[in-house]
Design a protein around this ligand. Structure first.
Ligand code: AMP
Ligand code: MG
Length: 472
């Protein structure tokens, strides 16, 4: 075996109850279809020879010093509490400390059943695997905290979703897989010692400056506030912000029915399972506060003075809408060229969004056009745009270099749904060219090469993908 991974595990050394030891189930004919050499280097993985990589990243061969486990967690799914979820189709192989000093998990997803599989088959098919690969790496290139993709392997097996699909396994890298749901499971069971151990572990690993459970809550709330504002600034809709998909690190996790918006609408929903729009674009700031309230509730269980803890947690969670608004204002301000937007600029931004919504303007291309020659071409209502533009230009007169500010804040390319769907259809037919091309284009989102102009174009009416499916 020529792949060596410098494992240095900590979670697997925690006392019993945090995970189940579980081995991946071998697959028929593993074949490496994608490998992220840059990320591998960061992780200190020797990649001089990729022979044997398919075996390691399918779980057919357990890499030396790996300690495969399935992590236990619970979670609120669409608002209802599920007391036990856990990794039902993922195996945490172990952790590595990268050349940047950051400790990260290396996890296989789609690697077979575990004690937490419930009725699931433990598998994933190629569509969602490549979707997560491309979108998570695009998110990283956008500078937004996210889990990453190290490898994708086709398994040579058929799995059944809406029909027979080719199986695949993703190797996901995360600064950890701790989630709100990890705390909820122990709080719900009244396992206070474990809750305390977990709290100490999370503080040491992610928020070393945090003072106790309430300090951890404060740190995670700030990270999540920043994350939601960052998502919104690129038109991202997560689609399934359940508490088990909400990380303690503040990284984006679980690219299920997510989507980057084409035409702007505040209430945009893509997920086929989100009938009520709970996770609609504009609802994300409210949902994250709800999730953090659940986190607070779990953390409080370990505090001796519950009354004081409730009071402090309430203050922390209630501060979140203001934090999100501030982060949102800073980011959207930069999108229209304001280096430091103030409250007085809020209306200017909201007026533009209202006009974009009225005209069904493309989110990414419209913000991009603002620093170009013909922004008005993005709008139908020319009078209303001219009126907005006059106000905007008056405000820009106070700025030093608004063009540079806009160029640094507005990606020129995002992973559009219709391109993702085309990429998956091609990959299923063994054509990996669209996958490679999408990745290359998305790697430089603020400075895209002219050869990728077709990928910047919004979908035509018959290309529009109305819904994304969780059928993962
Ligand atoms: P997700 O929607 O990916 O966040 O998954 C929610 C829960 O369902 C997690 O506990 C997953 O491990 C589990 N799960 C999803 N798909 C499967 C599957 N095919 N087999 C077993 N468990 C699954
Ligand atoms: Mg999940």
């Amino acid at each position: 075996m020529s792949i060596t991974i410098p494992f240095d595990n900590t979670y697997a050394n925690l006392p019993e109850g945090f995970f189940a030891k579980a081995l991946p189930t071998p697959v028929k004919t593993p074949n490496l279809i994608a490998f992220n050499a840059d990320l591998a280097k960061l992780l200190g993985i020797n990649v001089s020879d990729l022979n044997g990589a398919a075996d390691v990243f399918s779980g057919n061969q357990i890499a030396e010093n790996a300690a495969p486990i399935a992590q236990l967690y619970a979670g609120h799914q669409f608002g209802s509490f599920n007391p036990q979820l856990g990794d039902g189709r993922a195996h945490l192989l172990g952790e590595v400390v990268g050349s940047d000093g950051v400790r990260r998990d290396i996890q296989l997803k789609g690697s077979g059943q575990t004690p937490f599989s419930r009725a699931g088959d433990g598998r994933a098919w190629m569509g969602p695997v490549l979707r997560e690969y491309v979108i998570s790496e695009a998110m990283h290139a956008l500078g937004i905290p996210t889990t990453r993709a190290l490898a994708a392997v086709s398994t040579g097996e058929t799995i059944y979703r809406d029909g027979a699909m080719p199986g695949a396994i993703l190797t996901r890298v995360a600064s950890s897989h701790l989630r709100v749901g990890t705390f909820q499971v122990f709080a719900h069971r009244g396992l206070i010692d474990q809750l305390k151990t977990l709290t100490d572990y999370a503080i040491a690993r992610h928020h070393p400056d945090a003072d106790g459970p309430m300090g951890l809550l404060r740190a995670v709330c700030q990270k999540q506030a920043d994350l939601i504002a960052a998502w919104m600034s690129v038109g991202f809709i997560h689609g399934v912000m359940n508490t088990d998909n909400c990380t303690i690190s503040g990284e984006t996790i679980d690219y299920g029915p997510c989507a980057f918006m084409d035409a702007y609408h505040e209430a945009r929903v893509y997920s086929s399972i989100d009938q009520m729009g709970r996770y609609a674009f504009g609802n994300q700031p409210r949902v994250i506060v709800w999730n953090m309230a659940q986190f607070a509730t779990a953390l409080i269980q370990q505090c001796d003075d519950k009354e004081a803890a409730v009071e402090e947690a309430t203050e922390i969670v209630h501060a979140m809408p203001g934090q999100i608004e501030a982060a949102w204002l800073a980011r959207f301000g930069r999108k229209i060229g304001l280096a430091q937007a103030t409250d007085a600029d809020q209306t200017l931004i909201e007026d533009l969004l209202a006009l974009m919504q009225q005209d069904g303007a493309d989110f990414t291309n419209t913000f991009n056009a603002l620093s170009g020659e013909a922004p008005s071409a993005q709008f139908l209502d020319q009078d209303r745009f001219a009126a907005w533009s006059a106000q905007w230009n008056a405000r820009l007169a106070e700025e030093v270099d608004p063009l540079a500010v806009m160029r640094g804040a507005n990606p020129q390319i995002i992973p559009r749904n219709h391109q993702i769907e085309k990429m998956i259809a091609a990959a299923v037919a063994a054509d990996m060219v669209p996958f490679e091309r999408l990745q290359e284009a998305l790697a430089q989102p603020f400075d895209v090469s002219a050869e990728f102009a077709d990928l910047q174009r919004p979908p035509t009416d018959d290309e529009i993908v109305p819904a994304t499916f969780c059928g993962t």
